[in-house]
Design a protein around this ligand. Structure first.
Ligand code: 7PJ
Length: 281
């Protein structure tokens, strides 16, 4: 495969060569209700998990303090900051991979970047007032994701005429808006947002349609790890979706995806080494 500039992803002090697939490990920072250590315990737990993911081969860590699963209760700004900022500060010192902040709140983006985050991963595609401006201020990489509706309502009745076309149009418009605000294309990756306001038919059409979205000219990030679409296909609970998730990661990269966002880093790294060897053979 030839070297292609559109595979370069600039994020803070890092430049990732996405000609090779990259694994983004998921780090959820949620309060630990079983421990009396409170905030300190949840910070320690998230940091330890993150350090393990890097040892397992994660190329990027995605840190999130608010669950965006369907029907999840929103987390307030102060609470979200208290969850994620101490974790990012610690990891910025302890690991040498780009840290991504999974948030749609401009205040969290800005604090996270100050604390050492190199990527802003926004499930709302920088649509919150002020988000594009915060992203344009620094040199962080940006992941623009598509979602229909909001996490509270998105799975109630998702409707599309042509899901691939509609997702591509949205991502293209957000890409233009970011570039108009001064964010260089090299800093942007795009994500169809699997499971965010999509039924199984929509998720499958999008997976098949990844080449059409790749045609927008920027690398694709794909998040299918343990998602309910896989549970529907395989008939398994969320903690029994490793094999289905590996299949999804392999297919995603074969179809043109370049960053996969996953829980099970070690297994995914091995699976994608095989895909990488085939792609570059
Ligand atoms: C995604 C995400 C995804 C990006 C979540 C879950 C839901 N960010 N954050 N793409 N999913 N960019 O992991 O089940 O698919 S949270």
């Amino acid at each position: 495969m030839s070297k292609n500039n559109s595979n370069q992803f600039m994020c803070g002090k890092y430049q990732l060569d996405l000609a090779h697939p990259h694994v983004m490990g998921i780090v959820n920072v949620t309060p630990d209700s079983f421990s009396d250590g409170g905030r300190y315990a949840s910070t320690e737990k998230a940091v330890a998990h993150a350090v393990q993911l890097v040892a397992d081969g994660a190329h990027i860590l995605d840190i999130g303090g608010e669950s965006t699963r369907p029907n999840a209760t929103p987390v307030g700004l102060e609470e979200e900051l208290e969850r994620v900022i101490p974790v990012i500060e610690r990891l910025a010192r302890e690991v040498d991979v780009p840290l991504s902040i999974d948030t749609y709140k401009p205040q969290v983006m800005s604090a996270a970047v100050k604390a050492g985050a190199a990527i802003i991963n926004d499930i709302r595609g920088l649509q919150e007032p002020g988000a594009v401006e915060v992203a344009a201020e620094g040199d962080a990489g940006i992941c623009i994701m598509h979602m229909q509706g909001t996490p509270q309502t998105m799975q109630q009745n998702p409707v599309y005429e042509d899901v691939v076309q509609e997702v591509a149009t949205f991502l293209s418009e957000r890409l233009q808006a970011c570039m108009a605000a001064g964010i260089k294309a090299e800093r942007i990756v795009l994500d169809p947002g699997f499971g965010f306001g999509k039924r199984t038919v929509h998720n499958l059409a999008l997976l098949n349609g990844l080449p059409d979205i790749l045609a927008l000219g920027r690398p694709l990030l794909v998040g299918l790890s343990r998602k309910s679409v896989l549970g529907q296909i395989v008939g398994s609970d969320v903690d029994q979706r490793l094999h289905a998730s590996l299949a999804a990661s392999v297919i995603s990269v074969m179809k043109g995806g370049r960053i996969v966002r996953v829980h099970d880093v070690k297994a995914t790294v091995d699976a994608l080494k095989v895909v990488d060897a085939v792609i570059h053979a």
